[in-house]
Design a protein around this ligand. Structure first.
Ligand SMILES: [Zn+2]
Length: 357
């Protein structure tokens, strides 16, 4: 018998036996090929549509930025620190002494913009950014007011500031334990309505790296049933020398103890100070792989008019670089959005990642 013929016969038999597509054809045509497709996240869970002061990038221009960079899901945050009307500041650090306060104005403006210009191809989640956590009385009433005006529209709360050292020169008052206890009425409302809460709370600073950790612990102990997202994993410009081993150990303990805790890895500061370093990635990548179903991506872009498309595109790219190091399961959860869909309660399913040759 001709050996070639015998061989091809064997191959045909083998193909018939396995009855699955051969290695030459893609096993799953709908799978996401990480080698050919972008590593930038399709979700921006931490995006401020409103600036600290001055004019904002118009809503439709901003949604255009998302469309053009492949972002298909975003949270519409206001900003938790608005400068007084009439101030010419666009960034609070440029104007120490100017008092910043959260306000409902931005939430109303975002809701109106979204209703007037709802994009068909981008899923936007409106967020309440007005609460002042150090002065929680009145938060519940205001939530109800927003619900009356825009029923069912606000599905997120945040980013709200528990401790933000960068704001301390602008009369930002950090919340204390008594304030946290007084959150109870609105925390219950968030639980009843399944609304996640994103909290900015600095872990510490370069003199005392875990200085504010007790406050975050207090929140988690007191409200274990609330879905809480810790913005930036507690990192900030004031904390550039955190030990990644210690940091991921602290986070891991908290994640294990509090199944409703998630983190966001938004803000390019995380890349610049930590993820860009191989030694730091040695700790962060296994942490992100392990807890991927509770990790959300984001840019922390602030839509002030002095920025343009290129700035957004760069911030998305830089904040997404860590995605390249994730395993396929974590990439699907974080970059392709599954952890976000699950938290918001969206029915959408992230594609499977193609198996690599
Ligand atoms: Zn932010």
């Amino acid at each position: 018998m001709n050996r070639r013929l015998a061989l091809s016969g064997t191959l045909i038999a083998l193909a018939a036996l396995t009855a699955s597509p051969s290695a030459a054809a893609p096993a799953d045509p709908d799978c996401f090929d990480r080698e050919k497709r972008p590593y930038t996240s399709v979700v921006d869970s931490h995006l401020h549509f409103r600036p600290f002061g001055g004019p904002a990038i118009p809503f439709e221009e901003m949604t255009g930025y998302l469309r053009d960079t492949g972002v298909r899901y975003a949270n519409v945050y206001g900003i938790g620190q608005t400068l007084p009307a009439g101030s010419d500041c666009t960034y609070y650090l440029s104007c120490p002494g100017t008092k910043v306060t959260p306000s409902m104005k931005n939430d109303f403006a975002n809701a109106r913009d979204l209703l007037d210009h709802t994009p068909e191809d981008i899923q936007l989640t409106l967020s309440m950014t007005f609460p002042d956590l150090a002065n929680p009385e009145g938060v519940l009433e205001r939530m109800k007011l927003l619900e009356e005006e825009y029923p069912g529209r606000f599905r997120w709360m945040g980013e709200v500031n528990l401790v933000k050292q960068a704001l301390l020169k602008n009369a930002h008052e950090p919340a204390d334990k008594a304030d946290i206890a007084a959150w109870a009425p609105f925390m219950k409302e968030l639980r009843d309505r399944d609304i996640p809460l994103t909290i900015h709370s600095d872990l510490g600073n370069d003199r005392d790296r875990t200085k504010f950790l007790p406050l975050m612990r207090e929140v988690l102990e007191r409200y274990p049933d609330n879905e809480i997202v810790w913005a930036h994993m507690g990192l900030s410009k004031e904390l550039s020398t955190m030990d990644p081993a210690q940091h991921t150990a602290i986070l891991g303990q908290l994640m294990d103890r509090h199944p409703n805790l998630a983190v966001d890895i938004s803000w390019r500061v995380l890349y610049d100070q930590y993820f860009s370093k191989r030694e730091a990635r040695r700790h962060y990548v296994p942490f992100l792989n392990r807890y991927a179903d509770r990790v959300l991506p984001g840019t922390d872009f602030v839509a002030s008019r002095d920025k343009n498309f290129q700035v957004y595109k760069d911030e998305l790219e830089v904040t997404s670089r860590i995605n390249r190091y994730l395993d396929d399961k974590a990439f699907r959860q974080i970059a392709l959005g599954q952890s976000y869909f699950d938290l918001v309660g969206l029915k959408d399913k992230a594609p499977r990642v193609c198996e690599r040759a």
